[in-house]
Design a protein around this ligand. Sequence first.
Ligand SMILES: [Zn+2]
Length: 267
Amino acid sequence: MKRRTFIEKSAIASGMLLTFPVLNSCGTETATDYPVTDLHVHTTREFTIEKILEIGRKQQVNFGVVDHPAPWALRNDKDLGNFINTMRKYPVYVGLQPTYLGWSKNYSQELIAQLDYILMDPQMVPQGNGKTWQIWEFDTYIDDTEDFMKRYMDYAMQVLTQEPVDIFAWPLFLPVCIARDYYSLWTEERMQQILTAAKERNIAIEINDMAHTPHREFILKAREQGIKFAFGSDCRNDNAGRLAYCRSIAKECNLQPEDFWLPEQRV
Ligand SMILES: [Zn+2]
C-alpha cells in the first residue's frame, strides 16, 4: 500500500499540516509517562468526532477512528470514501475494522490504500455447521471447549496469515462461559502460534482495554520477539481514551514508546 504518498499529498492538498494535538505534550499524570494513542474508537450519532477530539485534548490522548466495512456500516466504496474524506478533516488516524474474511474484495483497492491502518479481531468464529460464534456476546454457548479452541485458533490464523491487517485486535479474548480457564486454555503452544504468525507479517498486537487482554506473560513474550503493540479501547462513548488497563499493564511490562506501533504520520 502506498499510504504514505497519499497521506502526504492529501495533507498538503487540504492544508492539513496539523500536528496531532498532544504528540508533543508531556508531564501528564498517567501510568505511562509518555503520550499514548487509542487506535480503536468508533463514532456514533451521539459520540461524534468532535467529542473524541475533546476527550483527546482533556486526557492527552491521540486517537485512531475505525469503522466496519460491512453491509450494516460502510456498505460500499461510496460509504468508505465518505468515511475517509470526513475523517481526514480531523487530526486522527483513520482505519477500518473488518469483521469477516475476504471483505477487501468488495471494496476498491485504491480506497483501501488511503487508510492509515486496518485492525481486525478473530471474534466471528465459524462453528463448522454454517453458524458463527460471535464470542463477544455474553451468552455465547460452548459445549466442547477443546473443539472451540481449535476452531478459534484456526480462524485467528486465517486472520493473521491471509488478511490485510496491521493490528490484531482483541487478542486472547475468551467467551464468558470459558473465560475462567484463560490461563490453562492459553497454552504456550497456542500463544506462540499467534506470536509467530504476527511476527511473520509485522502485525501489532492490540492491548484491549475493554477485555483486559492480553496478559503480562503474553505481552512480555511478544516484546521479546520484537512485536509491537497498540492500545485499543473499542469504545463508542466517554470511556474512549481512559485506557486504565492498557496503561497499567504497559507500566508493569515496562513498555516504552518504541514498543508501540503507529501508522505513518502525515506530516
Ligand atoms: Zn471495534
